[in-house]
Design a protein around this ligand. Structure first.
Ligand code: SF4
Length: 255
């Protein structure tokens, strides 16, 4: 009797590591080289990433531009919180983000380097992650983006696209985004250019092919090794709906 395909089958770490290398190579062939060049200065990256939570990049950019119209970082700290929330209204949850941004800026201003985060470059990655995630409103994804993109630390930001694709393919067991950071980092090479390219190409693949709903499996270059495709064929369900509609599913796929 043929074994039924299992979504997110248990795999040893060596197999997960090999699968991730294959994903990187396969996406590289499709999307090409990515050079690890900082896209914006560290404070811009940090505040923009806080604004980007549950927000499109167009709205994130608009919110950042409006925020900067208040003045420099000192002026944003001194401004009424309602004014900051109004400035970032294009970002989702502005009332929650505004006080966090002000408190984050306050703590950075009062740190030994002030608004210059250059000291993070030479800090061990673990300590740098801790320093950033101790700031209010800065989670492991935001911290990882700043450390990888700006300082080439060997960390791996897991956004919604990275989480969805690596889970569907079966490179990580089913878990939330926070835990996925640790699980992926454990089996990925400690190689910043590799991590940067894999992050950006997974993001692109998630935007263009492996959508949250109705992924385009028929044209997907990862389908030959994808658990979700093996189980569901061309009918891979929306990411959060997998358990409800998933024949053969052993665990829930989370969003
Ligand atoms: S085969 Fe389908 S579910 Fe699997 S990675 Fe490709 S688009 Fe996503």
């Amino acid at each position: 009797m043929t074994a039924e395909p299992v979504l997110n089958a248990a795999r040893p770490e060596t197999e997960r590591a090999e699968l991730l290398v294959w994903i990187r190579e396969t996406l590289h062939a499709e999307y090409g080289d990515r050079h690890l060049d900082p896209r914006r200065e560290p404070m811009h990256e940090l505040i923009s990433t806080i604004l980007s939570q549950r927000t499109t990049w167009q709205d994130e950019a608009a919110a950042y531009d409006e925020l900067c119209k208040i003045g420099d970082w000192d002026a944003i700290i001194a401004a009424p919180t309602e004014a900051v929330a109004h400035a970032i209204r294009r970002s989702n949850y502005p009332e929650a983000k505004a006080p966090r941004i002000q408190e984050t800026l306050r703590q950075i201003r009062d740190s030994p380097g002030g608004y210059n985060l250059e000291f993070l470059r030479d800090m061990p990655s673990k300590d740098a992650l801790k320093w950033l995630t101790d700031l209010p409103g800065v989670g492991v994804k935001t911290a990882s983006l700043v450390l990888l993109f700006n300082y080439a630390h060997p960390v791996f930001p897991v956004d919604t696209h990275v989480h969805r694709i690596t889970t569907r393919v079966g490179a990580i067991p089913l878990m939330g985004e926070q835990a996925a950071h640790r699980a992926l980092l454990k089996v990925l090479p400690s190689d910043p250019p590799f991590l940067y390219e894999l992050h950006l190409n997974l993001l692109k693949h998630g935007q263009q092919v492996c959508h949250w709903s109705r992924p385009k499996c028929g044209v997907c270059i990862l389908r030959e090794r994808c658990d979700a495709f093996a189980v569901f064929g061309d009918k891979v369900p929306s990411f959060t709906d997998t358990k409800a509609s998933g024949k053969g599913t052993k665990k829930k796929v989370q969003g």
